[in-house]
Design a protein around this ligand. Sequence first.
Ligand code: WT7
Length: 643
Amino acid sequence: MLKFNANRMPMSDRIETLRDYTNDYHKSVVSPEKFWSEIAENFDWRKKWDQVLSWDFETPKISWFENAELNLTENIFERLLPTHENKTAIIWEPNDPKKNPIHLTYGELFKATCKFANAMKSQGVNKGDRVIIYMPMVPEAAVAMLACARVGAVHSVVFAGFSSSALADRINDCQAKMILTSDGNFRGNKNIQVKAVVDEALNNTEFVEKVIVLKRTGEAVEMIPGRDLWWDEALEGQSEDHLAEVMSAEDLLFILYTSGSTGKPKGVVHTTAGYMVYTYYSFLNVFQYDADDVYWCTADIGWITGHSYIVYGPLLAGATTLMFEGVPTYPHPGRFWEIVEKYKVNQFYTAPTAIRALQVHGTEPVEKFDLSSLKVIGSVGEPINEEAWHWYHEHVGKGNCPLVDTWWQTETGGIMISPLAGITPNKPAHASLPLPGVQPVIVDSEGNELEGNNVEGNLCIKYPWPSMIRTTYGDHQRCKDTYFSTYKGMYFTGDGVKRDHDGFLRILGRVDDVINVSGHRMGTAEVENAINEHSNVIESAVVGYPHEIKGQGIYAFAICDSLDKSAEVLEDEIKQLVRKIIGPIAKPEHVQIVSGLPKTRSGKIMRRILRKVASRDLSNLGDISTLLNPEVVDDIIKGAGLD
Ligand code: WT7
């Protein structure tokens, strides 16, 4: 069954049977270079590669399609336009269901991209410059990303819910020359003043020369002459033709900041060719996209999911991708399902936290809408608990849609471990099997590989894949230390994993000091640093605990010096401060003022105990006799009301 133009999209790229999967997987391990070069052959290259892959995980240095030249957007537009000119590329559903949606064909998206690329060039953006995108979920945000790729600028999308200081940190780290933003954002019944956040951030940075502002809410905003201009002004008189910049395979495509267990968020760097090949291939196979399907991923473009599976993967595969501006519960808890019915969505991809939040409203909002168009449903961002898996499978998928639980990370660029819809077996709450080209291994704490079934340990990847992280921007050592030093010769994911008796993988969650709140990654150190900014805080420790809806919640313990403020006042001030410094997603659920923190003799905080208290589970508290100050444990337990 050939769904695409046979010359351009050979179906050999799409795995059609379990036997195909087994064969392709085998081939990808035995001859990875041959495997990936055959997929890469589908694309238009200005110049072909000299070598498919060169790598070492020591430095680390990873180079795919070495010395090849291309422009990623030529592979969306020039390559596909002969067959896709009038096909819808993006369907946009606004926050307010009474307002008009937008349908952009590949032809229209191409013109919009070229026009904006020309506008950016006129405002001084050149190949290699960094451009921050701090925007709502509107088609212009996708156009902005594509226009950056077109001119060879490196985009860094910052989720528009981050605070001004988080934004300033990112601007400074990548020395961004330009910011693309909007006057305001509609999200549910909120109207967020985005431009004001940008203005505040710009007080603390000197790199940005131009700010282009999209009119979205019509809010009155201050425009600084010479620095700020309106989107429409920038587009005035610009041509709809633009000759794409020729990029090297390993030229930077984008930087995306993500939290780790230490320090400030780091800029994960993805490069052009490998990312292009992998997001295309994984999109096509995991979701089993057919030519006339409507695909919808509910993520925000501020996260890697939005990059790889709203914008790049689907568009490179010639898909129709839906972008939704709003939130799942506005104006009613059936909004997602209303949208599925409205556009006859075929593949639906969301996060467990959204499923759990909607589960609370019962099945009535789901049953009100016709979901019969759905063929595949997907999950991403955090481990999906069995209850949510079954609810999603039964009530949304009506028991007959494969549910793809996709495990991957900002650093991996694309989906790594996941069922292929309808091809490989589905097992509740299991990410299951690696995609072709992905070689996961389970290692014990010494780095010994645990082979066979029924084993549990740390998840590593032992061979490069095309869309893997290349470096952390401006700090290669940090990339090496974080991912390539824990276990020699392997990429370490930071996740725990189990291989069950059938050989299926189940992701167990982070084994480092990273908390996953509603599918968003937060570093404990990052939250602690924000808390420590409070003038009364002497020391703090942050841990995650199981949260019914969010997966994990943030629990903070703080030692304070103030005697004239009540604990309640301090707790509230600390919560508000974190919200202000990082953003609402980082606000702790609980703050507990404590007299001390449990410390080992070497002065390390024993987080294991704090995690137990935060989880309200004091069983197996373990040995506390090695603590420097065992007496604080009782105080903390009492303070949490657990005695
Ligand atoms: C971390 C990566 C991948 C895009 C969204 C999050 C967790 C992600 C799953 C899954 C269990 C998952 C991991 C991972 N995670 N997907 N299907 N099952 N855990 O990207 O912000 O880079 O976070 O999210 O812990 O390490 P991210």
